[in-house]
Design a protein around this ligand. Structure first.
Ligand code: NAD
Length: 308
């Protein structure tokens, strides 16, 4: 099988490219625009792999996308603007890449015999949940521009399944952490700051809760959905490791051996969702379960960043 992985030079995408090359015999074509968030350094050890090809390009480039999709048996669409704070500053690139870019890929796929189109969505499309956990059929209630554009792409992808019969599958995962993540995101930023004895800016009172999934667990889930998921279905991917941001911050400080005095509470993000949590029975029924505890995943992540 030839898999087109978009956004494969970013955090989750590059881990997924490594995963596919390591555990399957698929060939992989990575398409990435190399924005500030993507780098070929994330792919350095697979650049000469004969089963891997890298193309620098934009998912909004219709001609290029038509060309690449024609040769693919499956598409996994990770390409996105992914940082909530940046979407609050300027929503435009989020709308054009996350929504229009997804539409360009979907349209290209309609004209082929593609076997699978896996749209990578997020738990943020559900909005926040105070009690309980989100199921796949819960209504979407995105509350920041990033999440709204991801919900738009998610709904668009589903509409191509119901309207055109395109073999779409969707994953919605919780917060990922692990190697190769851009240092603007909480875990790598706090590891780096703590290691350099710089302040760790925690939003509000640090009580916001996220469910932390180690990236390798998510990559296994996406591969499983791509191979065995039921077409037209949505699969939540979460770890059950629910932690307040302040707890994550303290765990990072402990692991690095830094001082708690580095914690600096800063003005909260506007519309900051209090808690996300996912019900994962559906993906578990496919035979998946998370393998990484937060402590083990954090140690692996820490080793990666400290090495660099
Ligand atoms: P990332 O920002 O690290 O990577 C995104 C990649 O997409 C980058 O390599 C970037 O260069 C590329 N890209 C951006 N615009 C593009 C365009 N127009 N054309 C081609 N490539 C483009 O993001 P990530 O954290 O790896 O997230 C990957 C996907 O997973 C996203 O769709 C995101 O919404 C979703 N997701 C992420 C998380 C998380 O915790 N990181 C959780 C759930 C879902």
């Amino acid at each position: 099988m030839r898999v087109l992985v978009t956004g494969g030079a970013g955090f989750i995408g590059s881990n997924f490219v490594h995963h596919l090359l390591n555990v399957t015999d698929h060939s992989v074509l990575t398409l990435d625009a190399l924005t500030y968030a993507g780098t070929t350094e994330n792919l350095v050890d697979v650049m000469t792999n004969p089963r891997h090809e890298f193309v620098e390009g934009d998912i909004r480039d219709r001609e290029l996308v038509d060309d690449l999709v024609e040769d693919a048996d499956a598409i996994v669409n990770f390409a996105a603007e992914s940082h909530v704070d940046r979407s609050i500053d300027s929503a435009e690139p989020f709308v054009t890449t996350n929504v229009q870019g997804t539409q360009t890929l979907l349209d290209a796929a309609r004209n082929t015999n593609i076997e699978r189109f896996v749209q990578i969505s997020t738990d943020e499309v559900y909005g926040e949940v105070v009690d309980g956990k989100f199921h796949e059929d819960d209504p979407l209630n995105p509350r920041n521009p990033y999440a709204a554009t991801k919900a738009g792409a998610d709904l668009l992808a589903r509409s191509y399944y119901t309207t055109y019969g395109l073999p779409v599958l969707i994953t919605r995962s919780s917060n990922n952490y692990g190697p190769r993540q851009h240092p603007e995101k909480l875990v790598p930023k706090f590891i780096t700051n703590a290691a350099h004895d710089e302040p760790l800016p925690v939003y509000g009172d640090g009580s916001n809760v996220r469910e932390w999934t180690y990236v390798e667990d998510n990559c296994r889930a996406i591969e499983l959905v791509c191979e065995k998921g039921e077409i037209g279905e949505i699969y939540n991917v979460g770890s059950g490791s629910e932690l307040e941001n302040i707890v994550v911050t303290r765990k990072i400080i402990d692991a690095v051996g830094a001082s708690e005095d580095l914690i600096e509470f800063v003005k909260d993000r506007p519309g900051h969702d209090q808690r996300y949590a996912l019900e994962t029975e559906k993906i578990e029924a496919l035979g998946w379960e998370p393998k990484w505890s937060f402590e083990n995943g954090l140690q692996r992540t820490l080793d990666y960043y400290i090495e660099r």
